[in-house]
Design a protein around this ligand. Structure first.
Ligand code: F1P
Length: 584
């Protein structure tokens, strides 16, 4: 959830600060930076977002670590912000993850005379390293400390009088960047250093790295050297910058035509590999969280409608209900933008331990989910910085659609459909933009908002409501049109806005549900390829055939964006949320 960075090279503090800004989407309630300064550390910590902040009079140096926080243990206070120092002030660390046994460790350190200044679980790491430093090298002291930790960590550590960065990961992401002239970077993900280098080394869980003019990787348990292979990243720095857009959310909405196209350009052999795993399975589950779970629901409709394959979508956090059905004949496909979501990883681990095959659809290369999978399809949507999923959601739908077409023996038709959908999206996004900007003005004071849809448009309705509520804080509920009369209709009052997402197949029944609401005073906003008389306002979208759920969600993403802007909220960083949810 938090973002961590480390930099070794000229102007390290400035670079670490810049990197931290790129990782702010991972957490933004406080931030901090530390760099060695004459045998101790210069530390700055601040509450709030790093966005427009500047560094204040830091010393020059060639090593720095920094952290942007999403609080788990301890309130949002300056003393709980990272980096944390050891008692003797010689060790500085930044940590992402949760030290589950921190209470025991803290108690035993207190008995040894250590004092604690924060309420975090992370501070124990700095003091453990100090404890183990007696008689050991810095890297060995870090290694011995890591062996005492239960839970998850990505950690970057400095010692005040050593020109070295020691970092490690277990259950939380950490990537190394190799720059020019002995420059090194460490980040929670590669966006932290993509401005400086495209050469990355992905650490495995249970590995640590020592950066000091050169790079060595060790196995934490044994202390033995481990193999590593630098990889060239395809993402570029421009993709991780806002450019002329006021917010990443708007930029990423507009990147969807490209993302759909990139998804359609999946290597055919990869799609064939996943298709044959699916054909060979007796039972298939699609699993994810948040928007990715909505993609799973939509995928289950695609697969049943287009190729007659039954797939069960499950919330990763609820996998235990289905665990008894995971076995050697089962395929569990994880869907995730980050590939680091803890609930999803937990579900996939449970499935693998029972012999199930693991598939995945992810955006972040070499992410934990991708590494864990027997077969993985990469979304290639480029970095998604806004906390809300937009292009990653439509990219996931595109890949699931392509899979369904491939399983129906129509791979080329699937590709062609996505190519057309991309072109339609390109043409219509600016038109939706104008209409949604003005609709947002009239809806910005709404208390509740409902979104209905049927079949695959039901999945689009769930996603639409999530977009609206998470960014505008207006209560929004998405549900299947048929469910209205089973409860929610009680909430409809004079003027309640209700969005009906309709496709040509679902139109008759969706319309009758919309009329049920209209008769009780609702204002109906129809998103449809046809403007029907029942709609108080029609958002006319092109008919993208089987890709309609993609098309239906585009104007609502824009509506959500403009609702946030109207309400003076930051669309890129909604309150209480983080992009990569690495805690259960
Ligand atoms: C899942 C997810 C996102 C959501 C938010 C929190 O992430 O629920 O859908 O937008 O960022 O996490 P992922 O597994 O798709 O990375």
């Amino acid at each position: 959830m938090c973002g961590i960075v480390g930099v070794m090279g000229a102007s390290a503090a400035e670079k670490a600060f810049g990197s931290l800004k790129c990782l702010e989407y991972r957490g933004y309630d406080s931030w901090g930076i530390a760099l060695p300064d004459n045998g101790s550390f210069y530390v700055e910590k601040h509450i709030g977002k790093i966005g427009g902040a500047e560094l204040n009079g830091h010393p020059q140096g060639n090593i720095a670590i920094a952290h942007t926080r999403w609080a788990t243990h301890g309130k949002v206070l300056e003393r709980n912000a990272h980096p944390h120092l050891s008692n003797d002030g010689k060790i500085a660390i930044v940590h992402n993850g949760i030290v589950e046994n921190f209470t025991d460790l803290k108690e035993s350190l207190i008995k040894k005379g250590f004092k604690f200044v924060s309420d975090t679980d992370s501070e124990v790491i700095a003091n453990l390293i100090e404890l183990h430093s007696k008689g050991n090298s810095f890297e060995e002291a870090v290694r011995l400390s890591l062996l005492e930790l239960n839970g998850s960590y990505a950690v970057v550590c400095l010692k005040a009088d050593e020109n070295k960065i020691v970092c490690a990961r277990s259950g939380s992401p950490l990537v190394l960047g190799i720059g020019k002239n002995g420059e090194f970077f460490v980040g929670s993900d590669a966006t932290a250093f993509i401005e400086h280098t495209n050469t990355a080394v992905f650490l495995n869980d249970g590995e640590m790295a020592v950066l000091s003019g050169n790079l060595s990787v060790l196995d934490v348990k044994s202390g033995n050297p481990a193999q590593f292979t630098p990889k060239e990243l395809k993402w570029n720095f421009e993709q991780a910058k806002k450019g002329d857009y006021p917010h990443f959310m708007l930029k990423e909405i507009y990147e969807q035509p490209d993302a759909i196209l990139a998804a359609s350009e999946q290597p055919e052999e990869k799609i064939t590999e996943m298709s044959s795993l699916m054909r060979g399975a007796e039972k298939i589950f699609l699993t994810g969280c948040g928007s990715s779970y909505h993609a799973c629901i939509c995928g289950s409709y695609f697969l049943s409608k287009i190729c007659g394959i039954s797939v069960t979508p499950i919330l990763s956090s609820e996998f235990s209900q289905h665990e008894q059905f995971f076995n050697k004949k089962t395929l569990v496909i994880g869907v995730s933008q980050s590939g680091e979501t803890a609930d999803l990883l937990e579900a996939l681990k449970a499935a693998k331990s029972r012999g199930a095959k693991i598939g995945s659809i992810v955006n972040v290369m070499d992410s934990s989910v991708m590494r864990f999978s027997d077969c993985s399809l990469l979304m290639n949507a480029g970095p998604e910085i806004c906390v809300l999923s937009t292009k990653s959601f439509t990219s996931q739908l595109s890949i699931l659609l392509l899979l369904a077409y491939s399983l129906a023996g129509k791979f080329s038709e699937g590709k062609e459909l996505l190519r057309k959908t991309s072109a339609l999206a390109q043409k219509h996004l600016p038109l939706f933009d104008v209409q949604m900007k003005s609709l947002a003005k009239s809806l910005s004071r709404s208390k509740d908002l409902f979104v209905i849809g049927r079949h695959d448009a039901f999945a689009a309705a769930l996603e639409s409501a999530l977009k609206i509520k998470e960014v505008s804080y207006i209560h929004a509920e998405g549900f299947a049109g048929g469910e209205l009369k089973h409860g929610t209709i009680a909430l409809v009052e004079e003027g309640t806005p209700a969005i009906a997402l309709s496709t040509p197949e679902t139109r008759p029944l969706t319309l009758s549900n919309a009329i049920e609401m209209k008769s009780r005073g609702a204002k109906i906003i129809g998103v449809d390829s046809k403007s029907c008389a029942e709609y108080d306002e029609a958002i006319v979208v092109p008919d993208a055939k089987d890709a309609n759920p993609i098309m239906l969600v585009l104007p609502i993403q824009l509506l959500a964006y403009y609702l946030a802007v109207e309400r003076n909220l930051d669309p890129d960083k909604p309150r209480n949320l983080a992009k990569s949810v690495t805690v259960k």
